[in-house]
Design a protein around this ligand. Structure first.
Ligand SMILES: Cc1cc2nc3c(=O)[nH]c(=O)nc-3n(C[C@H](O)[C@H](O)[C@H](O)COP(=O)(O)OP(=O)(O)OC[C@H]3O[C@@H](n4cnc5c(N)ncnc54)[C@H](O)[C@@H]3O)c2cc1C
Length: 604
């Protein structure tokens, strides 16, 4: 293919998502003479309402959306033979501009594991906490020692504490007497407590806190900071063992039939691959960095033998059952289905004060659960080894996150128009591990070969079973509960005490728990195999660990075997975190900015 333009920069970012925008923004602000190029496959997001208005976040994952990738995993019997679809951001700002804005932080021991188990000095919680604080302005209360107060991204409870959320917290304390309510379950050490849940939403404006607007679009006067959207990076150019630039072409998703002439951008100092857990290993493999068999199959000459590229894929398998809610329950369902009157009313409120349901993501309350003795018993022998080897010594680690939602989390085009109470639960440390590899050596649009590994472990299924039951006991006591929405629940055998039904009102707080038979448990397993999806927390495919352990980058984010080439995004995570992953992507960005600034002699 002919090569068109060649241009030169100091640093090139291959991918312009969450982490890239933060790193580039920090470096550009510190040294405006630095010539930076960001190449992003997807479109710009500046002032685009489905990227800035919190309540519109679900639109980004609807079929036909062009601001996410639809990564399709291989069909497996573990998931009932379905093709699991995992979304990832595909726009300037990436996941930060399409995510659900749930503010959830990892346990301190998650980062300590990165440091100690995988030999990454400087990546423990002690080192990362100041960087976590640096990114945020915590609007919820003054003086919280683990939160920050001068960062670009605002954190609040959003525009409203819905009645459904209030009911959830109220029932939680009355029903689950063994657990307490904590003011903050996101201080890195508190878990197993119910809390109001924070959001990456600016409490003053009611807008999403993304990295595109608050690290890049706010620096438009800097003419050395170039963001080229709708450009797809094919590969990194490596000469004499050093990364010297990238090849890229026009995006075909947004512009079918666009000219496919390959352009070259050269980097005099550094190339940073920042294309996320799917994109980054793919770019490395197309560049000749990866396992020999993968590169041979795709006709790519090997430059560096790194068998870990594309391995170690991890995520959080999640379920979103739904319950019927009373008429008039305060939920986001009417907004989700585009109800004209509700939209006008809520938009008027949002426009005047940045508050109301538009400044909300349907999540008010959550808990990260550590099982008690009774629950451990229920989890059975499948879970015992992981409990003993992994959890017992780390009291800040939780097994599953549970969150009732003010509205059904899913596609509203296919459900009856009414109010729902949604349920969300995800495995914090699933045993399942997958992989992502290229299927073409030179076509960056070829879908990857992707295996999620979801539900291949009996222990994961046991935790999900417990989560389904706990969530149901919680929600059926909430005053707005009116029964189960059957299509999003297990089909229990006829006559089962667990049968789903519509009701006139909630169960009493002291009502006995539902008793499930082994057939009922089987129905729950079938249900999970049919509906479990991805929390869209993909990570780990270019892991930061020693090369001998399957590592791809070292603790300064350098790709083994190549000079001038780093990876900075969630693909570098060596082991999972018990949290939604935006916060970890941000802290990786802050750390990457510090590392790069040190190496380029820039004062941040
Ligand atoms: C729908 C959704 C909901 C989520 N909800 C939450 C939540 O509520 N709370 C939370 O904490 N986390 C949430 N997450 C997760 C979180 O947003 C992500 O983990 C995080 O944003 C990932 O950051 P990243 O920098 O690793 O990758 P990304 O932000 O995905 O950035 C990678 C970028 O690289 C680009 N790219 C890929 N390949 C190429 C190529 N070849 N050439 C050019 N560009 C390329 C992509 O288009 C993308 O913009 C959600 C994610 C999604 C997708």
């Amino acid at each position: 293919m002919p090569s068109a333009t060649t241009s030169e920069y100091d640093i090139i970012f291959a991918g312009g998502g969450t982490t890239a925008c933060l790193v580039a923004g920090r470096l550009a602000a510190a040294n405006p003479t630095l010539r930076i190029l960001i190449l992003e496959a997807g479109p710009h997001t500046k002032d685009v309402e489905n990227h800035t208005l919190p309540s519109r976040c679900l639109e980004n994952v609807e079929p036909g959306s062009n601001s996410v990738f639809f990564n399709v995993a291989e069909e497996t019997a573990d998931l009932g033979g379905r093709p699991l679809i995992v979304h990832s951001g595909r726009c300037v700002g990436g996941g930060s501009n399409v995510n659900f804005m749930m503010y959830t932080r990892a346990a301190a021991s998650d980062y300590d594991d990165w440091e100690t188990l995988f030999h990454n000095p400087g990546w423990g919680s002690k080192d990362l906490l100041p960087l976590l604080k640096k990114t945020e302005t915590y609007q919820i209360r003054e003086g919280a020692p683990t939160h920050g107060y001068s960062g670009p991204l605002k954190v609040s409870y959003g525009g409203i504490f819905t009645d459904v959320g209030k009911q959830a917290l109220d029932v939680a304390v009355k029903y689950d007497k063994g657990r307490r309510v904590a003011e903050d379950s996101n201080d890195l050490s508190t878990c197993n407590t119910y809390s109001r849940w924070q959001k990456w939403i600016d409490g003053d404006t009611g807008k999403r806190s993304d990295t595109a607007h608050y690290f890049i679009y706010n620096q438009e006067s800097n003419k050395n900071l170039h963001v080229r959207s709708e450009k797809v990076v094919k590969r990194v150019l490596i000469e004499n063992g050093r990364a010297v630039g990238v090849e890229y072409s026009n995006d075909l998703v947004l512009n079918p039939g666009a000219d496919q002439t390959v352009s070259v951008a050269r980097a005099t100092r550094l190339v940073v691959v920042s294309a996320g857990a799917f994109g980054s290993p793919s770019i490395l493999e197309r560049s000749g960095i990866g396992a020999k068999n993968v590169l041979d199959t795709n006709g790519v000459p090997q430059i560096v033998d790194l068998p870990g590229v594309g391995e170690n894929y991890q995520d959080h398998p999640v379920a979103f059952p739904a319950y019927l809610a009373a008429d008039g329950a305060e939920t986001l369902d009417a907004l989700y289905r585009g109800d004209k009157k509700e939209t006008e009313e809520q938009m008027a409120l949002w426009n005047s004060s940045g508050s109301g349901l538009v400044a909300h993501n349907a999540y008010d309350v959550a808990i990260k659960v550590r099982p008690n003795d009774e629950e451990l018993q229920e989890l059975g022998v499948e879970f015992q080894p992981k409990w003993s080897n992994f959890f017992v010594q780390r009291p800040d680690k939780s097994v599953v996150l549970l969150a009732p939602c003010s509205g059904l989390i899913g596609n509203h085009a296919v459900v009856p128009d009414r109010a729902y109470i949604g349920a969300c639960y995800y495995l914090c440390y699933p045993e399942s591990i997958g992989s992502v590899h290229i299927t073409s050596g030179d076509n960056p649009f070829a879908p990857p070969q992707f295996s999620s590994g979801f539900l291949s472990s009996a222990s994961d299924l046991a935790i999900l079973r417990l989560a389904y039951k706990r969530m149901r006991e919680w929600i059926r006591r909430m005053p707005d509960y009116r029964g189960e929405y059957q299509p999003l629940h297990p089909v229990f055998p006829e006559g089962s005490a667990a049968a789903c039904k519509e009701t006139d009102g909630p169960a009493a707080i002291d009502a006995p728990d539902i008793v499930y038979t082994s057939e009922d448990d089987k129905a729950i397993e079938i249900f999970h195999r049919q509906i479990i999806t991805s929390a869209r927390h993909s990570l780990g495919t270019c892991a930061m660990k020693p090369k001998a352990q399957g590592g791809v980058v070292d603790s300064r984010l350098n790709v083994y075997g190549v000079q001038g080439l780093k990876v900075a995004d969630l693909s570098i995570v060596p082991s999972n975190v018990a949290a939604n992953t935006y916060s970890s992507a941000l802290v990786i960005g802050e750390k990457a900015a510090v590392i790069i600034a040190e190496e380029l002699n820039i004062t941040l």
